[in-house]
Design a protein around this ligand. Structure first.
Ligand SMILES: [Fe+2]
Length: 426
């Protein structure tokens, strides 16, 4: 039987179609341990309902792939544009972010139907002959966007269940290994010099990671591991939350407004924490998480250190490959203690566990250019008043994060898996 000749375009399309099926199915699988009622609730403005993530990621493909690349596409429901538009002002009006939990309709079942119809249409497009050079790039962006929302789906579901007095977990078998000791904290020396930062021109990266450029670094020291729960508890017991000298002014104000006296998801007695597996005894050797930038900076000040800049973090992370660690693929869904027996000068927990707060405001790189059209709103317009976090977390999809990857949050944000790595001047 003669072998079928497959063109390079078809091969690429088939690979992308496979990846599309896989990523889309993963999102549905992540929602499946949740009850329908869990998927509708919005416990705080940051945490969107599961069903909104399911709908919004689908709308992203409909709006930015099908409507612009498939002239015959007819909108599944014109009203979804307003409901599932997150923040694209150039697209049109949108339902307020803070009110996503008020949307009892469309139902979860209707959103799954929406997903299926858009999946079929995108797959048809990918599997038909095409001379559209931008289609693959747009679909790849849509898949990376979907992966970001997979992470948010888990993060947000954690807050939904944490807010519930029944004390249920997302998945009872989500258990991180417990530590038997804390790895000694050491600081690795990095020499002064120019470093190259940012994503290279080839391959997928978000626009905010480009262009690659040079930056000067003074010599610095970077901690070999993350700050632990035990260390953070010492900070609390030493009066960390009642010592104004440790805090930035905005942090001190918000600490009082919101009555912060411990990380989010910790019990009042500092002995237990809520995890995606349910309430657990706090592991003193595991990394602290759910702390704001203000708390991270206050801890660093108390420890006589500081947070690394994003340039310092990326400079060290570029040689810390492959990108392996406690990402979502471990199934633990919670940060884990640093492994015992690490080598001298080895940095651990760079990938996964918790996003690491950097002492860098989220700003454009020199000669940054946002994507063209409405997708230019994806990253660039947020480059004011937010702070950078690096390295991925225990709910980041494997393959999603890299050394140049820039996440960003408001300095008071705590709902994400956000933690602390320390640095010092050399
Ligand atoms: Fe989005």
């Amino acid at each position: 039987m003669p072998q079928r000749v497959i063109s390079a375009e078809t091969r690429t399309g088939a690979l992308l179609a496979d990846r599309f099926r896989t990523v889309r199915a993963e999102t549905v699988a992540l929602a499946s341990p949740l009850a329908i009622e869990d998927q509708v609730v919005q416990p705080c403005e940051e945490a969107s309902p599961t069903k909104w993530h399911l709908g919004h990621t689908t709308w992203f493909f409909e709006r930015f792939v099908l409507r612009v690349r498939q002239p015959s596409h007819k909108a599944v429901d014109d009203r979804y544009e307003r409901l599932f538009n997150s923040y694209y002002q150039t697209v049109g009006p949108m339902h307020p972010r803070s009110d996503r939990g008020l949307l009892s309709r469309p139902t979860v079942a209707q959103i799954h139907d929406y997903r299926s119809r858009i999946d079929d249409a995108v797959l048809d497009l990918l599997e038909s002959p095409s001379d559209d050079p931008e289609l693959a790039d747009l679909v790849e962006l849509g898949l990376n966007h979907e992966e970001q929302h997979q992470e948010l789906l888990l993060t947000d579901a954690k807050q939904v269940l944490f807010a519930n007095a029944l004390e249920v977990g997302y998945r009872a078998d989500a258990v991180a290994p417990r530590g038997s000791g804390t790895v000694q904290l050491e600081f690795q020396f990095e020499a002064a010099g120019f470093t190259e930062l940012g994503a290279a021109a080839a391959g997928f990266a978000f626009d905010n990671e480009r262009p690659r450029h040079r930056e000067w670094l003074e010599a610095y020291l970077l901690a070999n591991r993350l700050v632990t729960n035990g260390e953070y508890r010492e900070f609390i017991r030493a009066g960390g939350y009642t010592t104004p000298e440790l805090w930035l002014a905005d942090g001190w104000t918000i600490l009082h407004q919101r009555r912060w006296d411990r990380p989010l998801c910790w019990s009042q007695d500092l002995e237990r924490e809520y995890t995606l597996g349910g309430w657990r005894i706090l592991d003193p050797h595991a990394p602290v998480c759910h702390v704001s930038f203000y708390e991270a900076a206050a801890f660093a000040a108390w420890a006589g250190t500081r947070l690394p800049t994003e340039a310092e973090w990326e400079n060290a992370a570029q040689s810390a490959t492959p990108v392996e660690g406690n990402l979502r693929s471990t199934g633990w869904l919670h940060p884990a203690p640093a492994p015992a027996g690490i080598r001298r000068r080895q940095l651990v927990q760079l990938w996964g566990d918790v996003w690491e707060w950097c002492d860098s405001s989220y700003r454009p790189y020199p000669k940054f250019r946002p994507l063209k059209g409405s997708l230019g709103e994806y990253n660039g317009k947020f480059m004011c008043n937010q702070w950078v976090a690096r390295g991925g977390s225990c709910v980041t999809p494997p393959g999603h994060v890299r050394a140049s990857y820039r996440n960003f949050f408001y300095p008071h944000d705590r709902w994400q898996f956000l933690g602390i790595r320390l640095a010092k001047d050399a």
